[in-house]
Design a protein around this ligand. Structure first.
Ligand code: FAD
Length: 436
């Protein structure tokens, strides 16, 4: 059998989502021959529509901020339910204490991802669509061979000096190298759809992402362009398994579990009667890279999406990975140390999000988010976290540490109170038995 043709490049980027497009753009701009490979064709559907303020500086550096502005709905903040007359509490990004911009955007991902991939192409990357990477074989620290199949059935190979894996939740390299590990602490799945005619918040809050809780998880409402609202629930996988083929009714039954959300959706129409279901188990890879390869975005790790962090983490990670690839190709000796530093940074940032995610439905966190107090600017530090500013701003980071301490004290207090209540009930029961 004839050997398939072999092409050469400096960097092969697997995946044309936000992470892959960012890496491809920046490396092409630095003069490298970049081949980007996306197995689907843009525009393709993708979930993950709400962006964070800290994404805006990345857009600016990429040169796409105006295009995002054209595509997006203005997002002033995130709101969470409260028990008062207003019904919700807004965490407005303008109150953040770090350097994060005072707003963000929400986008149709198919348009956003297509724009970013096209931008990578305009910046000099050879951005291919309908090209799936089937295998990656590393033959040396600066020689990887990728086997690619096009969707019209043609096979070919690429020899690359560096591989950036941004293949999203397929996590091509991490899966093949058996580096992927599921989170034992957090498992979830999602069910969602797009509605026309759902109620937006009033006035300047109209673009907020709204987060609601229910016993099995949490729900989102994300306003999108043209009056569309993305509405969905993230829940325990065993809850979702109960739908047994009744996916459409199950979505509605689930949304009804939160009356405040349902009130905003009940008169709206589900577009195309189309319901999406996805498992979104949290996971990470035991390593972020090695000589000649690096993982970016969901190909490295995935967190529950309650704080809309995925696209930002993918693009920020890709920007830093591009710097690393550039440095490693010029000065191979520094590669190991740079990789270690990048991985440490990424894990620390994700752990800060994860602290809030893993406790999101706990009574103490619920109370702290429902009626926040701004003592020592702790509420504002939480807003900075919600804006994505959780890597580099010391005044945010130490307050988030303090928040953890206050939370731990709250948990202790809660535990003591419930223990005292239990004891009291037991004593009452004993006393009434004695009387009998
Ligand atoms: C229910 C849910 C809600 C979410 N909500 C939000 C949100 O509101 N905000 C937010 O920021 N994030 C959200 N996310 C997370 C977000 O979707 C991801 O974190 C983000 O898309 C990661 O970007 P990426 O570039 O790493 O991967 P992706 O965007 O997944 O891109 C990966 C690309 O690689 C391609 N690919 C895969 N394998 C191959 C291969 N072998 N060869 C070639 N191409 C390949 C895929 O086709 C895909 O286009 C949500 C996720 C879920 C599950």
């Amino acid at each position: 059998m004839a050997e398939p043709e072999v092409e050469q490049c400096d960097v092969a980027v697997i995946g044309g989502g936000p992470g892959g497009s960012t890496a491809a753009t920046l490396l092409a701009r630095r003069g490298y021959k970049v081949i980007a490979l996306e197995k689907a064709h843009h525009p393709r559907f993708h979930i993950g529509e709400s962006l964070l303020p800290m994404n805006l500086p990345v857009f600016e550096r990429l040169g796409v901020l105006d295009k995002v502005r054209e595509l997006g709905v203005f997002k002033r903040g995130a709101d969470f339910e409260t028990d008062d007359a207003c019904g919700y509490n807004v965490y407005a990004f303008s109150r953040a204490i770090g350097q994060s911009p005072p707003h963000a955007y929400q986008v149709w991902r198919q348009d956003f991802d297509r724009m970013l991939y096209q931008h990578a192409r305009e910046c000099g990357a050879e951005a291919r669509e309908g090209h799936e990477v089937l295998r990656v074989e590393q033959r040396g620290p600066r020689e990887s061979r990728l086997e690619v199949r096009t969707d019209d059935g043609r096979d070919y190979a690429i020899r690359a000096r560096y591989v950036v894996d941004a293949s999203g939740r397929d996590a091509l390299l991490a899966t093949k190298m058996k580096l992927r590990r599921r989170s034992r602490q957090h498992q979830s799945a999602a069910i969602f759809g797009h509605f026309r005619g759902a109620d937006r918040r009033d006035g300047e809050d109209a673009g907020n992402v709204s987060i609601y809780r229910f016993a099995q998880g949490w729900m989102w409402m994300i306003p999108l362009p043209d009056g569309v609202m993305s509405v969905g629930a993230v829940c325990r996988p065993d809850y979702l398994k109960q739908r047994r083929g009744r996916t459409l009714e199950f979505l509605f039954d689930t949304l009804k579990l939160n009356p405040a959300l349902w009130q905003r959706v009940e008169r709206a129409g589900l577009i195309g009667d189309e319901v999406h279901v996805t498992g979104n188990y949290s996971y990470d890879a035991t390593r972020m890279g090695g000589p000649g390869w690096v993982l970016v975005g969901d190909a490295f790790a995935f967190l529950d999406p309650v704080f809309s962090s995925g696209v930002y983490l993918a693009m920020d990670g890709a920007e830093r990975a591009a710097e690393l690839v550039d440095a490693a190709l010029r000065e191979p000796r520094c590669e190991r140390a740079l990789l270690r530093r990048l991985e440490r940074r990424q894990r620390k940032g994700m752990a800060r999000f994860a602290f809030f995610i893993h406790r999101f439905n706990s009574p103490v966190m619920r109370q702290m988010l429902r009626s926040p107090r701004n003592t020592w600017q702790l509420e504002q530090a939480v807003i900075s976290m919600l804006a994505g500013d959780l890597f580099d701003t010391p005044k945010v980071l130490w307050r988030l540490q303090l928040f953890k301490l206050v939370h731990a004290i709250g948990v202790l207090h809660d535990w003591r109170r419930s223990r005292a209540e239990r004891r009291y009930r037991l004593a009452q029961a004993r006393a009434s038995l004695g009387r009998e």
